[in-house]
Write a protein that binds this ligand. Structure first.
Ligand code: AMP
Length: 397
């Protein structure tokens, strides 16, 4: 599943390192506006547009580059957003105006963000991390004079490049950048919180610790739930809206109206950190007359390769049909995976016909002929027709 993510966090929380780790693991496209500006610095001044030259001046002072310049750069790279493995936006958006522009851009591409990862770290740790940070101009690896020193001082472990301190990592720029972050970027957290996209992740500890926390936050839970309530329009929609609001994925469902009640069983996938909120809100539907039961989906360990069969029963309705047949099936250890039954009026005689169709899972140890014989005996007693046919194996992909 592609991941379309935004990385948020004050300068120095380690977004760049997390972006690298995430890209390597998720196969997503990394788009860092800071890297684009730094690459532009290496260009011959004659190759830079006036907007880019002005942007670099803002950057040198630790200020934010104007929104129009940033948006023009991102729009030029819109193909990154279409990357099949998803994308990681690092350093963009940085203002609410940029976030709104991103929303428009994504809507035009018919894409949606999956999550916004907000890395959080106390201010004093941020300053210490930034002022000791040294970067490789060649491969962009980042070292820290205390926390992650290179093997040879001043030299990149990976490509031998001469490490340098970014202009904007100098103490006077750090102060300006932190102010710019507080003023413009922190409101983004609220923007994405309101859209239920924000995942707060502690940025304390080693890059590996933070990465593990990130992957845990992105994991999904599988839930199975049943919903039952008086039949009325909009019932499925209210459940579907809650699942979507919590960024859940509706995987499969069976729903039916019986009598005046509507009931359904469904299986959904939901990001781990949304699970409790989703369950709580589903429970709140009870005030509207719905009964919701939620259970974790824990697939049973496979009990070896059995076979699947379809059982059909048609006959005059009489009490005890379902009990007699299910009792016989249970005595062979056969599992009823699906069962649909109905009582209908026979076309000619007008008497009540009972019809059932079941999907059965028959253990490999079972003798299908014995099951058939037993069912035929019941059929004769009850004067119903019973057919048991093996389901063909699903085609292997
Ligand atoms: P970063 O590497 O993301 O910390 O970015 C380094 C610098 O590039 C920032 O301090 C800004 O001057 C500039 N910059 C990068 N991305 C943006 C953005 N989305 N909006 C405004 N300025 C940006």
């Amino acid at each position: 599943m592609p991941h379309r993510l935004v990385l948020l966090g004050a300068p120095g929380v380690g977004k760049g390192t997390q972006a690298e780790l995430l890209c390597a693991n998720l196969g997503a496209c990394h788009l860092s506006t800071g890297d684009i500006f730094r690459a532009a610095k290496a260009l011959d001044p004659s190759e830079r547009t006036p907007a880019l030259t002005a942007a670099l001046e803002h950057m040198r002072r630790g200020e934010l580059v104007p929104d129009e310049t940033v948006l023009a750069l991102v729009t030029e790279r819109v193909s990154c957003l279409r990357c099949e493995g998803g994308f990681l936006l690092d350093g963009f958006p940085r203002t609410v105006a940029q976030a709104e522009a991103l929303e428009t851009l994504l809507a035009r591409e018919k894409l949606k963000l999956d999550a916004v990862l907000s890395y959080e770290l106390p201010l004093e740790q941020i300053v210490s991390r930034l002022s000791g940070r040294h970067t490789c101009p060649g491969c962009k690896s980042v070292f820290h004079i205390e926390a992650r020193p290179p093997k040879v001082a001043g030299i990149c472990d990976h490509c031998g490049g001469k490490l340098y301190q970014r202009e904007d990592d100098r103490p006077e720029s750090i102060r300006v950048r932190m102010e710019a972050y507080e003023r413009s970027t922190a409101p983004l957290a609220d923007f994405y919180r309101r859209r239920h996209l924000l995942l707060s992740i502690s940025a304390e500890g080693s890059p590996e610790d933070i990465f593990k926390r990130t992957m845990d936050a992105l994991k999904c839970s599988l839930l199975v739930m049943t919903v039952i309530g008086p039949d009325r329009p909009g019932l499925v929609e209210s459940v579907a809206a809650l699942v979507a609001e919590h960024r859940g994925n509706w995987l499969e469902s069976r729903m039916s109206r019986l009598g005046g009640q509507f009931a359904g069983i469904l299986r959904v996938e939901v990001p781990v950190e949304r699970e409790q909120a989703l369950v709580a809100e589903l429970r709140r539907l009870e005030s509207r007359g719905l009964t919701v039961v939620v259970q974790p989906d824990r697939p049973e360990p496979s009990t070896g390769s059995g076979s699947e069969s379809v059982l059909e029963i048609v006959g005059q309705d009489r009490p005890g049909i379902v009990r007699e047949i299910t009792h016989a099936l249970a005595s062979f250890g056969v599992n009823v995976e699906e069962l649909e039954t109905e009582c209908a009026s026979a076309a000619m005689s007008g008497e009540t016909l009972f019809k059932a169709c079941a999907r059965l899972s028959i253990p490999a140890s079972c003798n299908a002929a014995e099951i058939r014989q037993k069912l035929e005996r019941i059929a004769a007693d009850l004067i119903v027709e019973i057919t048991l046919a093996e389901l063909p194996e699903p085609p292997r992909s």
